[in-house]
Design a protein around this ligand. Structure first.
Ligand code: PBG
Length: 345
């Protein structure tokens, strides 16, 4: 009690009356690192982490994304190396996004077998085979000249039903290129059923669908727009969900389950842990959560300023997402975090 005034130190020394002494002491289980490790309810394993990664057309070397320091637009060559590193790190898989040089109204490079995303899938499959789960984004926003996730009507709205066959063509081309999992993220109604049918008709009954089920119109996707050179002006509020809506997240999820999704996803992760927890309690298939570009950028930038402990904040963030119910976490830190000692999680 050094430095404490003598009156205060008298208070400090006074014995608690017998009847007020706690009988139950949760602190017993926090006394040593070994004790805490033994009773930890949540463990984050590399086997559940998936790395989102970008492959870009026309690059001669990887280009760092300024709002996502440490993340790159990759060449076909460097994406292969990244996939090999991911396999070595023992993470679950990789989720590929393409950045084409040519965009048009309907995003037709998306289902071109020679399009950059399909070439990227093939390159990665060639490099790692079945050692990683090769997952790919099945959405048109990187490929359309207007940056929306689907084809537009004449008056400029996203046309749900005209977009569905485009997603089907894209998914089949991705399966053909070697994807184990396709992951529709465009929030069109009925997209899972249409993609499932198209994959089955083309003979890809074993290719799984990871459905972005509860996906919100989030400002935390900001840095991603730079990552994929997205040309969007405006927003996606007419198809992605309102951040105010929790029950609707469940509605969207149950629809995707009924349409044949093999796994569902909640996105973003950190600010939607309530939705994630609802979904995890309700469905009987694996649940993924996507720690998005803005979540990455926030922690990286605060850490770069020395305002937070980078590693502890990243592991706390991943732990919270798993604690809320995610079986799989998509995170830009997947490879790095897989290398950390388990007790740091
Ligand atoms: C759509 C898509 C987006 C992200 C993943 N898939 C962007 C959007 O919906 O606007 C965002 C991922 C991130 O922010 O890390 N293809």
């Amino acid at each position: 009690t050094q430095g404490v005034s003598s009156a205060a130190s008298d208070v400090y020394k006074r014995q608690l009356p017998e009847m007020l002494r706690p009988l139950v002491r949760p602190r017993r289980l926090r006394t040593t690192p070994a004790m805490r490790r033994m009773v930890a309810e949540t463990r984050v394993s590399p086997a559940q982490l998936m790395l989102p990664a970008f492959v870009a057309e026309g690059l001669t070397e990887p280009r760092e994304i300024s709002a996502m320091p440490g993340q790159y637009q990759h060449t076909l060559d460097s994406i292969k190396k990244l996939a090999e590193q991911a396999a070595e790190a023992g993470i679950a898989g990789i989720d590929l996004f393409g950045v084409p040089t040519e965009k048009d109204e309907i995003g037709s490079q998306a289902w071109n077998p020679e399009g950059i995303l399909n070439k990227g899938i093939a390159a990665v499959r060639d490099a790692v085979g079945d050692d990683l789960v090769i997952c790919t984004d099945t959405c048109l926003d990187e490929f359309t000249s207007h940056g929306h996730c689907g084809a537009l009507t004449e008056d400029g709205r996203v046309d749900n039903d005209a977009t569905l066959p485009l997603y089907a063509a894209m998914a089949v081309s991705q399966a053909r290129a070697g994807a184990h999992v396709v992951s529709p993220s465009g929030m069109m109604d009925g997209q899972i059923a249409v993609i499932r049918e198209a994959l089955d008709d083309a003979g890809f009954t074993d290719v799984a669908i990871l459905a972005y089920s509860a996906k919100y119109a989030s400002a935390f996707f900001g840095p991603f727009r730079e990552a994929v050179d997205c040309s969007l002006k405006g927003d996606r509020k007419a198809y992605q969900q309102d951040p105010a809506n929790r029950i609707e997240g469940m509605r969207e999820t149950l629809l995707d389950v009924a349409e044949g999704a093999d796994m569902v996803m909640v996105k973003p992760a950190s600010h939607y842990l309530d939705v994630l927890s609802d979904v995890a309690a309700e469905v009987t298939i694996p649940v993924a959560a996507y720690q998005v570009s803005g979540e990455y950028a926030m922690l990286e930038s605060a850490a770069a300023k020395g305002w937070i402990d980078r590693r502890r904040c990243i592991s706390e963030s991943l732990t919270s997402i798993v604690r809320a119910g995610a079986d799989i976490v998509l995170t830009y830190w997947a490879i790095e975090a897989a290398g950390w000692p388990r007790e740091e999680f």
